[in-house]
Design a protein around this ligand. Structure first.
Ligand SMILES: *Cc1c(COP(=O)(O)O)cnc(C)c1O
Length: 452
């Protein structure tokens, strides 16, 4: 009988992370400071530990994973890969569908893969507190868990609307010992400023990042941690793709197409980057990033230098962007509502090495429900974007009779997103395509960077 779950031993957890920068066709553009000059590593160590700054900039191909980090990974890694036989049967497709399930982590998504690594390097550097932001709550809870395991105090600025709408994500963070503040808060200058101007401000990811960065920059014992976008975050997530390669070897198969949802790019980079070398060596392999039509960063954004936050505290990065003052529509895949995109994923898209598609919200919920009824697992709304794209690919195979191998990252479960499913069932969700005029208008507000 053919297997459903393809599992590895704990001894097969990767010993190294894979750094895609070593194999890129062009050198990534440097991050720029307010003066328009490349940001120095020393400037970055104000809020990041030296080891992570080095990982951010290195061109080494393989970076050893510290034994202490691998030891914590053993609590949920290697994550299982599944052959979605029941979904295939429901669809009546000749395609083979596989998914890697990152919902087995204690936080319920892929984010603990980097949270644990970041907390460990900070601990090594003598840091006692980490400040961060969270939107939907997945990142804040992952870092809270890592902090609890490694003895670091975690302070989370949680976008006020989410703080009020998602009380159980906050409960999780507090259970793991983190302090959670509704952002804008009274803890920081930037938070107090926003509150003075607008006491009812619902907050935004951009404001919360500004608060967390401000706190880290002002306190010597505090650093800042980011859950996506940056090179070192994507580096840590490559454990997903590295394990998957071994799992495909075990069943004697190999993907024709790899699909992953894309917010800041970390789960997409994590699952696809380890396969890129094979593609460069001539293998016919498509890599597809899936984003919401309401936040179409790759498919409709500008490839330009922009800030990572609303206030402009972060360095400028060359990336696809909808503009740092982008106000996200209230869609339910909270983890995909970011104006920018990983510079590495952006570069690969610009070079046409990877593909991207944007999907409307209702079709993704329909796919999530179909997946749950066939495979049992209820996907996070973000993960449902990948599931929708995989189902569409499988249905095209049904038309053409092709027996392709489709591989999708099921990056998290939806157990804390059931209110969104409720609203879908009640017919209260709609489709919203971010208007082209607003994307065009954002171009004028991008920071001016004179080409060197
Ligand atoms: C945070 C999150 C995302 C989006 O972030 P990426 O960096 O693009 O991976 C997607 N899915 C889940 C479940 C998340 O928690």
């Amino acid at each position: 009988m053919a297997d459903i779950k393809i599992v590895l031993d704990e001894s097969e957890i990767p010993t190294h992370w894979y750094n895609v920068v070593a194999d890129l066709p062009t050198t990534p553009a440097p991050y720029l400071g307010p003066d328009g000059k490349p940001v120095s590593p020393e400037a970055m160590t104000r809020i990041f530990p030296p080891a992570l700054v080095e990982q951010e900039m290195t061109t080494e191909r393989w970076i050893p994973i510290p034994e202490a980090v691998r030891d914590i990974y053993r609590l949920w890694r290697p994550s299982p890969m599944y052959r979605a036989r029941r979904l295939e049967a429901v669809l009546g497709t000749p395609a083979r569908i596989y998914y890697k399930y990152e919902g087995v982590s204690p936080g319920g998504s892929h984010k603990p893969n980097t949270a644990v690594a970041q907390a460990w390097y900070n601990k090594q550097a003598g840091i006692r507190k980490l400040s961060t932001e969270t939107g939907a709550g997945q990142w804040g809870s992952s870092l809270a868990m890592a902090g609890a395991m490694l003895g670091i105090d975690v302070r989370v600025f949680m976008v006020r609307v989410s703080y009020e709408q998602k009380p159980f994500r906050r409960s999780m963070m507090e259970t793991w010992g983190a302090k959670v503040f509704a952002s804008p808060s009274t803890e920081t200058e930037s938070g107090r400023k926003v509150r003075a101007a607008d006491p009812d401000c619902p907050g935004s990811l951009g404001i919360a990042i500004s608060e967390a960065v401000e706190e880290a920059a002002a306190n010597a014992d505090t650093n800042y941690a980011l859950g996506s976008v940056l090179n070192h975050v994507l580096l840590h997530q490559t454990v997903i793709g590295l394990e998957a390669k071994k799992q495909f070897e075990k069943v004697g198969d190999y993907p024709d197409v790899i699909i992953a949802p894309c917010g800041g790019g970390s789960n997409f980079g994590g699952i696809t980057f380890p396969f890129l070398a094979d593609k460069a060596a001539g293998r016919d392999l498509r890599l597809v990033a899936v984003e919401p039509a309401s936040c179409p960063t790759l498919t409709k954004g500008h490839y330009a230098y922009d800030f990572g936050d609303t206030a402009g505290y972060t360095p400028m990065m060359q990336m696809y962007t909808l503009g740092h003052d982008f106000v996200p529509p209230g869609i339910h895949a909270g983890g995909l509502r970011y104006h920018g995109e990983s510079p590495l994923v952006s570069l690969l898209y610009h070079e046409k090495i990877i593909e991207a598609i944007a999907l409307p919200q209702l079709a993704t919920f329909e796919a999530g429900v179909m997946f749950a009824r066939a495979e049992g697992i209820i996907p996070a709304p973000e993960a449902s974007h990948g599931v929708r794209a995989a189902i569409d690919e499988a249905l095209r195979c049904k038309e053409s009779g092709e027996t392709k191998t489709i591989f999708v990252n099921l990056c998290g479960h939806g157990h804390f997103d059931m209110a969104s499913y409720d609203r879908y069932f009640a017919g209260q969700l709609d489709d919203f395509a971010y208007p082209q005029e607003m994307i065009d208008a954002a171009l004028d507000r991008l920071p001016r960077v004179d080409a060197a």
